[in-house]
Design a protein around this ligand. Structure first.
Ligand code: EPU
Length: 362
């Protein structure tokens, strides 16, 4: 046996031994299918998969040294990821649950939610208990641990508007920290967790500051007001219901057809560029950001290039919302990427605008 082979078997054997020890402490799997763990429904295998149901188990992982052996990736609800092939490293999947009311008075409440809670169940809990602020973010797929990472946003509200602080754990050193809102470098679909803290920091819980009285209802965006009129009252519950109605009408349910919501970000361009587009296409939706910049609607650009409802093999562009790419069954991650590249190319050729993906690739 060559030295390289001996080294490989020795390393694999030590890794297995560490995993055997970890199995006593938590759910540890090898060569497991990731299909149930991504809303795109892409088939891919993870070499090692650690499901963590208690925060204390994170310390066990660090002590075991298991993540030093291979690459690792922290996976939340899998609603914003595209697996491009099998993953030869370790997937760390936090499932720890819990919602705690830390403080409550006549004007606001501080609510801590743990990473493994499902985002929409948390929104439902808040609405049912008269905690206002995140009702516009109803029905967004994914877990609470992932929501601040890309600063999820919909119907005029972003998660950053309500985040008070975030508790994080370093999976390599076992260090813990609490970041305040202004430490998180939130931006449009981004935060410090997509940049400087991308690799090793895991969000264990987020504390939200929500209103208990004098709610600030945000209803001007899209069709929210129109839906609200049908419900005949403006309340946290009716806003949540309106958003659910709008989303279910135009966005595909991942349980029915694999998808990861918006595949691209809405591109930010100069006002000069937007005006050039408006000269030819007066119906182009634009959202003024500053004195110099405007956001365009990627869905509109893609539709204008003729992609809406198109299918290429097992991948496609959703028939009701062109910003959403879908998996018709057995699509491979690479098929979705190829389609997205074609879309990017045609949007660039027609409008001179470069689309950026919102979804993460692994
Ligand atoms: N549009 C089209 N054709 C399409 C899709 C959209 O012409 O196929 C037009 C719409 O008519 C509208 C404009 O584009 O004038 C914007 O569309 P929409 O209101 O649906 O919102 P969006 O900008 O496409 C963003 C978020 C969504 C969020 C909605 C509602 C991004 C990348 N996406 O989409 O978030 O639900 O606003 O607030 O910012 C997600 O991140 O997964 C997601 C679904």
């Amino acid at each position: 046996m060559s030295l390289l082979f001996t080294l490989f078997f020795f390393t694999a054997d030590t890794h297995r031994k560490k995993l055997t020890l970890l199995k006593i402490a938590m759910n540890t799997y090898q060569n497991i299918s990731l299909k149930p763990y991504n809303t795109f429904g892409i088939e891919a295998l993870a070499h090692t998969f650690l499901e963590i149901s208690k925060i204390q188990e994170l310390n066990e992982i660090v002590k075991s040294g298991v993540i030093k052996d291979e690459n690792f990736y922290i996976l939340g609800g899998g609603s914003n990821i595209l697996f491009t092939g099998n993953y030869s490293g370790t997937i760390i999947h936090p499932t720890f649950k819990g919602i705690k009311i830390l403080e409550k008075n006549k004007s606001f409440a501080l609510i801590k939610v743990f990473a493994g809670e499902i985002w929409d169940s948390f929104v439902d809990f808040c609405v049912e208990n008269n905690f206002g602020g995140i009702e516009n973010l109803s029905l967004i797929p994914g877990n609470c641990g992932a929501s601040p990472v890309q600063n999820i946003g919909a119907f005029g509200v972003k998660v950053k508007d309500c985040v008070k602080s975030i508790d994080i754990f370093n999976i390599e050193t076992a260090e813990t920290k609490t970041l305040l809102n202004h430490d998180c470098q939130f931006g449009y679909r981004t935060s410090i967790f997509k940049n400087k803290f991308k690799h090793s920091w895991l969000i264990t819980s987020t504390t939200y500051e929500l209103t208990t009285g004098n709610h600030n209802f945000i209803t001007h965006y899209g069709n929210v007001n129109k839906e609200l009129k049908k419900l005949k009252e403006v309340s946290l519950k009716s806003i949540r219901q309106s958003v659910i109605n709008i989303r279910t009408k135009k966005l595909p349910d991942p349980k029915e057809i694999g998808n990861a919501g918006s595949f691209f970000k809405n591109p930010v361009v100069s006002i000069k560029k937007a005006n050039e587009i408006l000269k030819t296409f007066s119906d182009a939706p634009t959202y003024l950001l500053s004195e110099t910049e405007t956001k365009l609607a990627a869905g509109w650009l893609i539709e204008k290039c003729g992609w809406k409802g198109k299918r290429v093999g097992n991948a496609g562009v959703h028939e009701k919302h062109a910003l959403v790419l879908v998996n018709y069954g057995d699509a491979k991650g690479t098929e979705i990427i190829n389609l997205s590249e074609e879309i990017k190319k045609s949007v660039f050729e027609k409008f001179g605008v470069r689309l950026e993906t919102e979804v993460n690739f692994l």
